[in-house]
Design a binder for this molecule. Sequence first.
Ligand code: MLT
Length: 326
Amino acid sequence: NVLAIFTAFSMALTTPQLYAQTFKMALGDAAGGTQWELGKTFAEKLSDKTGGKAKVDLFPNGQLGTEQDTVNNAAIGLLDFSVLAINNVTPFSPTVGLLTMPYVIQSAEEARLLTQGDIGKELVENTIRDAGVRIVGWAYSGFRVLTNSKRPVKTPEDLKGLVIRVPRNEIMIASYQALGINPTPMAWSETFTGLQQGVVDGQDNPYITISAMKFNEVQKYVTNIRYIFSMEPLIISESVFQDQSPEMQKAILEAGQEATVNSFEFLKNTEDRIKKELVAKGMEITEPADNEKEWIESVTTVVWPKFYSSIGGKEKLDNVLKQLGR
Ligand code: MLT
């Protein structure tokens, strides 16, 4: 009968599509930044590759916990995916500290070279072993520039008296100590409020992240330092990954790789525009004095030797420097 056919047809149109698999992805940052771009592209590619069977829901703004919490939650299979800064993986898998050794990676191309080559492969294996999560893609987010609400900073001396927030990351804490101040470790999800309420005066993160997080509303001065090039892995719970069919695993790895390629282009096409927008909104950018010489010397001489053992030996850093032609 016509009515029955009509009813069945309209139900098919209005009933939500049933996905074979819906994954949850945590993002530490707000929508619009490099994490979002990586996650969104990954979700689109995975949907394409699985004929629409796999759906990924993105939860930005630390809704699913601090970046470090998401590593724990993924490790025990409570969360499928997370995109977070590599410095927030280091506490769980110290060898990835190699990628945040200060003043080592000096361009997006160098970041790509290291993450895509043998060194990147070894770090992926180490992270599965140590932290129970698998890196399946990377966002390249730009240099972590220093922002503060009080005054232009050109030299390490200018930092005196400023309270600078850092992630809970030993290498970054040691870097500011080498510059002569004691920074304040604070979770990323608490940082905007910390800056807004004046609990801390400043922090460091890439231009695109500063913009996505609207830090320009609570920070005025930027120092264009280049001590860490921010890389942000897309991780999947290793137990969730192992539960997938070989086809789904392949689709996840390919989607991650394609989203990584897109991330590199996104950075190239976006960072300059965002930087100009931040200036137009009132931020003031200062170059570090003397081509950053004093910053580089103070930090590298103290911090590198201090972390040789946690990154797996001095030879690991020597190998990176060699691959980068230094
Ligand atoms: C941090 O500063 O904790 C992170 O780098 C922030 C981020 O993930 O963008």
